[in-house]
Each structure stands twice: as structure tokens, then as C-alpha cells.
Design a protein around this ligand. Structure first.
Ligand code: FEO
Ligand code: CA
Ligand code: CA
Length: 571
């Protein structure tokens, strides 16, 4: 009966349309229906999407490898063993060598580089599990425990590197025997927790899952611990295969402040909350409070900002500046109401939290789970944020503050559960342009998709002219297929934020197979772009079937590397 009725309505509808128009509808224009774009920035001719196993750049630009995975750094670990450049380089930040005396050297500096996660196949020679989870090989793989030596190799491959580099005859070279060049790993050094959660978390060992980050104006790095739950279990890195090698997850998921110059001790700042931190960017408010914007990169997690209790007074007093990150208010964004929700443990907040369904469900799942103090609230920041009304978002990656108008750009990579496969970039304007404000407005600056030529925006950086540089993170297993077919390999795009081309994406670079370009960072003069090439060949099932050989020759094991891109026009 229902079928007949639907068929009848369809026939009536089709007949009516033909009767009205007299012609059948024309064929739809094929995808992608590209929007008409404005003119690209004058300094480069955009490239086309590429599937080449190479770092493809516009004509006139060159990339030089500064360091790749495994390069000896000339430094020693606490046991006297040689240190090496880590795996899967991500965030980069350049510190002019004379920065502490106000200098802006563009020919010598310290380059901080994050190392996000290991690929066991390459780092520790440990095989991937079989793709077919029904196959008999799965049992064999489960029984093949990781050795302590393999786990140590993996722990040493993550964290970060400080590289003392110098521009010599147009090439960035490591300065030999520099006291600055050194490693931070998941094994060392000890890193103290600061702020309200300090007494609740055992003394921390090292850092891991270092995704993106930020550079403070007092010249320290804020390196962000993102996917910290991906280390202990069988489904992840299985570090708990060897008793004593597992990590205590409470020690990770923080923003870690490190002084590349080595004057200040490294610290994990609990006042900035614990979640899957992507990056940080900062601004100074109307009463000089220091404000840090941060995304939580997981589907349906939130956008945060921290506002220091005390004002920023003197950048030369670096210890006092660092202390600003130890005391203040953490807020989460309610996008619907355009308000920043303070995550402060007081009587009304406690009542709201303790009576919520989310809290009761968390306690049922884990009887030890509780939020009874500010320190515990910060450890479980994402639980508190949700209960208090923050908006679940589509994977917050980088946030960056526009250098000219102070508005905040936030990349949201995607959320396939919501049907948002392509992601978008939002632009948020604080009330009265004041980063300390508790309300804001926002707009969608760019929608990813075939029409814009960009999908899954991730790390962002601004150049001095206010162009937004955006790298993309289409999952390596999905590159070039399905809804991502038209994009080629992951790339780097330049997006003007003003003029006729505002919001139009122009492709500047394309990465090698399976890779993600990450961590774009300009030297102070804008003439060198530091960039990470992360996880080339990640989809290789084994070493006999490599999907990339970058940056080597055919047959070579692929190696993540950090490069310096030059060729920007001289003024
Ligand atoms: Fe490690 Fe959110 O990318
Ligand atoms: Ca990222
Ligand atoms: Ca990413």
C-alpha cells in the first residue's frame, strides 16, 4: 500500500515537472564544481594536486632537508649514548640565537621540532598486526611480545629535538658540538608538573605524543601532548608488554613548556588542562593578562582558552613570565551562545558536575573517578567542559591569531560521524577585540571540499602579510580515494584573508606518499619556511612493500624529515 502510494506520487511529480518546464532537467555539472577564485598571491604560481612520491613545490622554490629520522645530533643522552633525531617530526618553532637580547637573527637559531609517535615497523622493527583481524596470523602477532629494547627505541623516538642551526652558503646546517642541541624523549628528562594538579600526579618522566605547539613571547616552546592514550595496550604501541615499561597516562596530555636556551626548567602546566592538546597560540588582553588558545583534537571535543591571573609585565623576566602559566582560569567555548565557560571548581559548579548524567556514568565505569577539587577538574577538563555546556566540535587542530586584526582562526579537521568529511576553518572575534573577554562571535572562514580544493585542515601559520598557511591531514589510508579522490597527496595551501581572494585556497606544496605536511613556521624575515614531512610511507605493510621511499631512492626506507623551504622573493 505504502509502496503504491509513493510510486503514484513520483509519477505525478515527474509528470507535473515536465508539464511545467516542457524540458527534462539538464545533466548536473561534474564534480568538483570549483568556485571561481580570486587571483593567487603574487609570490608563487599554485601547483596542481599531485600523487608524486615527492615534496612538490612551486617553480622557483627549493626544499633542503635539515634533519631526518635517525640523524646523529652529536649530543649524548643521560647514559652517555649518542642522541639521534626522532621519528615523525611535527611542530617546528624557530628561535633566533640572539632572541634573549631582542635580536631577530635569520641566519642562526635554535629549531625546536616535535616528534609525535613511532611507527614500530621502522623504529623498532616490530611488525604491524595483520590487516585481516580474522586471519590466523593475528594469534601469532598477539603472542609476539615487544622486547624491552624495542620499547626503549620507541620511547627514544618521540618527544622533541632542539637543533642549533646556522645558514651557511644558503644551507641550514647543524652547528657542531653545540650545548643547545639535545633531545627530550619519553624516557628523559624528569618534568615537573606545575599548578593546581601538581600534588595529584606522580612526578613525570619525559614527554610523548608531541603534536603541535606554540612559541611564547619570552622565547620558550609550548609543546602539546596529544594522543597520549596510544601507548600501553595491545591495540596501540603495547608498551605494557614489558612490566615497568608502561606509562602512567596521568603524566601526559599536558602543555609542556621547554626553554630551548636551557635557562628555565621544563614544566607541564596543569592550569592549562589535560586533554588531547593539539597546539597553543597566545594573545595579551586589555589588562595585560596572558591568554592561551588551545584545541582538543578528538571528534566531539572542545575549544579552550586560558587567561592568566596576573599580567604580563616584563618579557626579560622569563621565570616570572613562565609563572603566568601556573595560575589562571581555563575556559571552554560554547559556540551556540558565543560565551567562554569558566572551568572553575566552586560550589555551584560542583553541584552541577556531581548531579550530571555524564559524571554519574563516569563514576559507574570507574569507581575511582572523581572531580572534587580544581586539580581534579583540570585533569578531567574535557568531562567538566561537556557537563558545563561547552560545544563538541569537529576535531580542533591548530588555532592561530591573525597578526593584523587579532581574530582567532581555528582549523577543524573533520568529523565523519557528523558527515563532515572535509573539515572547515572558523574565525572567532572576541567581544571588543579583547582576548580576556568572556563572549565572542564567529563565522566559517573556509569550508573544505572539492569546491575549495582543500580537505581536512590541520596546522595553521600566518605570514607577515596575513596570509593563512594551512597544511592538510587526510588520513593516510584514505588519500586519493573515496571522497578524497580529487585532492591528491596531503598538501600545503596559502589562503589570503583579505582582498578579492580572501578565503580562497591556493596549493603551495604536495607531500610524498602517505605523508602529512606539518608544523609550518617562518623565520623572522619570512625568507625561510620550516616544514615537517611526517609519516611518509606510513601505509607500508612491511619493509618489502614500501609505499614511499622519500627522501631516498627506490627501495630505501622512508624517513620523516624537517626541511627548510627557500625561494621567497627578496624585497
Ligand atoms: Fe597530531 Fe591533531 O594532529
Ligand atoms: Ca596535527
Ligand atoms: Ca592531524
Amino acid at each position: 500500500m505504502e509502496n503504491n502510494r509513493r510510486q503514484f506520487l513520483t509519477l505525478v511529480g515527474a509528470g507535473s515537472l515536465a508539464a511545467i518546464t516542457g524540458t527534462p532537467p539538464s545533466e548536473a555539472a561534474p564534480l568538483p564544481l570549483k568556485r571561481k577564485k580570486g587571483a593567487p598571491p603574487a609570490f608563487f604560481t599554485p601547483i596542481e594536486p599531485s600523487k608524486a612520491d615527492n615534496l612538490v613545490l612551486p617553480q622557483g622554490y627549493q626544499a633542503q632537508i635539515i634533519a631526518h629520522w635517525g640523524d646523529p645530533l652529536g649530543s649524548k643522552d643521560p647514559e652517555g649514548n649518542p642522541e639521534h633525531f626522532g621519528f615523525n617530526n611535527d611542530f617546528t618553532a624557530y628561535f633566533p640565537i640572539d632572541a634573549l637580547t631582542g635580536g631577530k637573527s635569520c641566519t642562526e637559531g635554535l629549531l625546536w621540532v616535535n616528534h609525535e609517535y613511532p611507527n614500530p615497523l621502522f623504529v623498532s622493527d616490530y611488525p604491524h598486526p595483520p590487516k585481516d583481524l580474522e586471519s590466523p596470523e593475528l594469534k601469532t602477532w598477539i603472542a609476539l611480545k615487544k622486547t624491552k629494547e624495542q620499547i626503549i627505541l620507541e620511547k627514544k623516538s618521540v618527544g622533541g629535538s632542539v637543533l642549533h642551526i646556522k645558514l651557511v652558503d644558503g644551507k641550514w646546517l647543524l652547528v657542531a658540538n653545540s650545548k643547545f642541541t639535545r633531545r627530550f624523549t619519553a624516557l628523559y628528562p624528569q618534568i615537573e608538573l606545575s599548578g593546581p594538579s601538581k600534588t595529584l600526579v606522580p612526578h613525570g618522566v619525559g614527554t610523548l605524543a608531541n603534536c603541535s605547539g606554540g612559541r611564547t613571547p619570552w622565547m620558550t616552546v609550548m609543546t602539546c601532548e596529544e594522543n597520549y592514550p596510544e601507548y600501553n595496550t595491545l591495540e596501540t604501541c603495547r608498551w605494557s608488554d614489558v612490566p615497568g615499561m608502561e606509562i602512567d597516562e596521568l603524566q601526559y596530555g599536558w602543555v609542556v613548556e621547554i626553554d630551548p636556551f636551557g635557562d628555565l626548567p621544563p614544566k607541564k602546566h596543569s592550569a592549562l588542562g589535560r586533554f588531547k592538546h593539539e597546539n597553543t597560540t597566545w594573545a595579551v588582553g586589555s589588562t595585560k593578562k596572558f591568554v592561551v588558545y588551545m584545541g582538543d583534537d578528538e571528534a566531539d571535543q572542545c575549544l579552550y582558552k586560558f587567561v592568566s591571573k596576573n599580567p604580563l609585565i616584563d618579557l626579560k623576566d622569563r621565570a616570572a613570565c613562565s609563572k603566568l602559566l601556573e595560575e589562571g582560569t581555563l575556559y571552554a567555548a560554547d559556540m551556540g551562545k558565543g560565551r567562554w565557560i569558566p572551568l572553575v571548581y566552586d560550589a555551584p559548579t560542583a553541584a552541577k558536575i556531581h548531579s550530571s548524567k555524564i559524571y554519574l556514568a563516569m563514576q559507574k565505569a570507574d569507581p575511582k573517578f572523581q572531580i572534587t577539587s580544581q586539580g581534579e577538574l583540570l585533569i578531567h577538563a574535557r568531562v567538566a567542559a561537556k557537563i558545563l555546556g561547552a560545544t563538541p566540535l569537529d576535531r580542533c587542530e591548530d588555532c592561530e591569531v591573525h597578526p593584523k586584526d587579532g581574530s582567532l582562526y581555528v582549523a577543524l579537521t573533520n568529523n565523519t560521524k557528523h558527515g563532515n568529511f572535509y573539515g572547515h576553518i572558523v574565525r572567532l572575534v572576541e567581544q571588543d577585540d579583547n582576548p580576556e573577554a568572556t563572549s565572542f562571535e564567529y563565522e566559517v572562514f573556509l569550508a573544505g571540499g572539492p569546491q575549495s580544493g582543500l580537505a581536512c585542515p590541520d596546522n595553521l601559520a600566518f605570514d607577515a602579510d596575513g596570509n593563512l598557511w594551512c597544511v592538510c591531514d587526510i588520513s593516510s589510508s584514505k588519500i586519493g580515494s573515496g571522497v578524497y579522490k580529487s585532492f591528491g597527496n596531503n598538501g600545503l595551501y596559502v589562503i589570503p584573508t583579505s582582498g578579492d581572494s580572501a578565503g580562497d585556497a591556493f596549493q603551495f606544496a604536495s607531500g610524498p606518499n602517505d605523508a602529512e605536511l606539518t608544523g609550518p613556521w617562518f623565520s623572522e624575515d619570512g625568507k625561510t619556511l620550516f616544514l615537517s614531512v611526517q609519516h611518509p610511507g606510513e601505509e607500508s605493510p612491511d619493509k618489502q612493500n614500501l609505499t614511499s621511499n622519500w627522501p631516498g631512492k627506490p627501495g630505501d626506507i622512508p624517513k620523516p624529515a624537517v626541511v627548510a623551504i627557500t625561494g621567497f622573493p627578496k624585497e
